[in-house]
Design a protein around this ligand. Structure first.
Ligand code: HEM
Length: 450
């Protein structure tokens, strides 16, 4: 019988205002009532503003692909992300976004993957050597995956092991998550241009965080630019807008670096965490994966060349992204009056397109709550349109999706080939939605050599 991971229970009836506020602050995955996982659309009001959750392909297409210009990021998302990503790609809008996107996208295009895969492989090798020294001991899986993902992000960005900067970065991100990343009432109600009480603390944090990024950048800016790019930073520094020929200023470079490091490492770290934790609870699937890992030798000269052979590993990563989408919801605010199907949407309405709900929707999946990687194996019917969208959709689809998949597949295959992972305690681990889909506690696991 396939394994059914634990989840927080969905409220039986739609939440009251107070319940909604509590849910967004403590666990946003509990925002949606049980009925939302069966319906096409759920509509509620929040201080006179319409809140709508969309589950049908046409409605999702309309907002993300058809008329994305009618929407922008919500005030709460901007408030929470701006202190750590600055004016980088994630939060830019309009023409500024277009310019940034077409300048950055080539640095993360498929042809760059072989170079990035080298960085992934060398960081993974070091992490695996460390795991061999801790064989059989209870290990904090989340911290281990966060350290590895940050090391990969640092090497891919700067060809730099993150030994020196990794610990202060993680400390600051943990502080931020604990103190500033939970939306309060005024964060949601006030337009992003007006400071909410918590924004003052966030701005102080931003100065310290950007100071740290500037320190790393300064070392790098002092070295000459090589002819052949070594990493993302060389690509970003050389990047020019294909139409205007303009490059990034030092401040823009800093914000892009902060954006890519943040957006890139936390999401992949939680993906690897949930994949390994779930495999520890689903031994049959773990053995099935290990068989593939044992039969494929990852080419050390060209690790990216081995990715197409890792079909079971890709299926496990996809199933993990389905059950534990790191970006559990995509949120937009309507800029103008809009109409979605039969629904008239006033300006300032908030639209949720929630991979968390879509990926567990009863009309879109068979046995939506079971961990069943085989559903993503070649030959299986593809998921329904917009039923599986861990990286979003439309022009603002994740610019790092290829990189994230390459990283998750190579790391998982390397670990599954060398270790059997088991849980070191029995407490159920529940997903919690706060910025990303986190575990509710630092679940320990053991790595046993194969
Ligand atoms: C499993 C890992 C990842 C997941 C699940 C994920 C998910 C997402 C999603 C859902 C969006 C769209 C948000 C929206 O439309 O509001 C997004 C955007 C973005 N992601 Fe990722 N991401 C991942 C990894 C990465 C990596 C590795 C990078 C960079 C190296 C990255 C950089 C970005 C950036 C810069 C954007 C904004 C793009 C834009 O607005 O044009 N992400 N991501």
């Amino acid at each position: 019988m396939p394994f059914r991971p634990s989840v927080p229970s969905a409220p039986e009836i739609p939440l009251s205002l107070r319940g909604f506020l509590r849910a967004v602050r403590t666990n946003a995955l509990t925002m949606w009532p049980a009925s939302a996982y069966r319906q096409d659309m759920s509509v509620s009001t929040f201080f006179g503003r319409m809140n709508v959750l969309l589950n049908t392909p046409d409605a999702i297409h309309h907002v993300l692909v058809g008329e994305p210009g009618n929407y922008r990021r919500s005030p709460a998302s901007i408030r929470i992300l701006r202190p750590i990503t600055g004016e980088g790609l994630l939060l830019s809008e309009g023409d500024d976004w277009k310019l940034q996107r077409r300048t950055i996208a080539p640095a993360l295009a498929p042809r760059v993957m072989p170079m990035l895969a080298q960085h992934i492989a060398s960081a993974t090798e070091r992490a695996i050597a460390r795991l061999h020294q801790q064989v059989g001991e209870p290990i904090d899986l989340l911290a281990t995956m966060q350290t590895l993902a940050l090391d990969i992000a640092g090497r891919s960005m700067f060809s730099l092991e993150m030994d020196m900067y990794g610990a202060p970065m993680r400390r600051m991100l943990t502080e931020y998550a604990g103190r500033y990343s939970k939306p309060h009432l005024l964060d949601m109600l006030l337009p992003a241009s007006i400071r909410s009480p918590r924004d003052f603390g966030r701005m102080r944090f931003k100065r310290r965080w950007m100071g740290l990024i500037e320190t790393i950048l300064a070392v790098r800016m002092a070295t000459p630019q090589p002819d052949v790019p070594r990493d993302l930073f060389d690509l970003l520094r050389a990047a020019r807008d294909p139409e205007t020929g303009a490059g990034f200023s030092t401040e823009q470079l800093r914000d892009q670096v902060a954006t890519l490091i943040l957006a890139g490492h936390e999401t992949t770290a939680v993906t690897l965490f949930w994949a390994l934790l779930t495999l520890a609870e689903a031994p049959e699937e773990q053995e099935w994966l290990a068989e593939e890992a044992a039969s494929v030798t990852i080419d050390t000269e060209n690790p990216f060349g081995s990715v197409p052979q890792l079909v079971r590993t890709r299926a496990v990563v996809n199933e993990t992204l389905r059950l534990f989408p790191p970006a559990f919801t995509v949120v937009r605010e309507a800029i103008v009056k809009d109409r979605i199907g039969d629904l008239d949407l006033p300006p300032r309405s908030i639209v949720f397109i929630a991979p968390w709900v879509l990926h567990r929707h009863h009309a879109l999946w068979q046995d939506p709550d079971l961990f069943c990687p085989a559903r993503f194996m070649p030959g299986q019917p593809p998921p329904a349109r917009f039923a599986f969208m861990p990286f979003g959709a439309g022009p603002r689809i994740c610019v790092g999706a290829q990189f994230a998949m390459t990283e998750a597949i190579l790391v998982l295959a390397a670990i599954a080939g060398q270790f059997r992972v088991t849980r070191a305690d029995t407490r159920p681990v529940l997903p919690v939605g706060i910025v990303t889909t986190q575990p509710d506690y630092a679940a320990p696991v053991r790595f046993l050599p194969r």
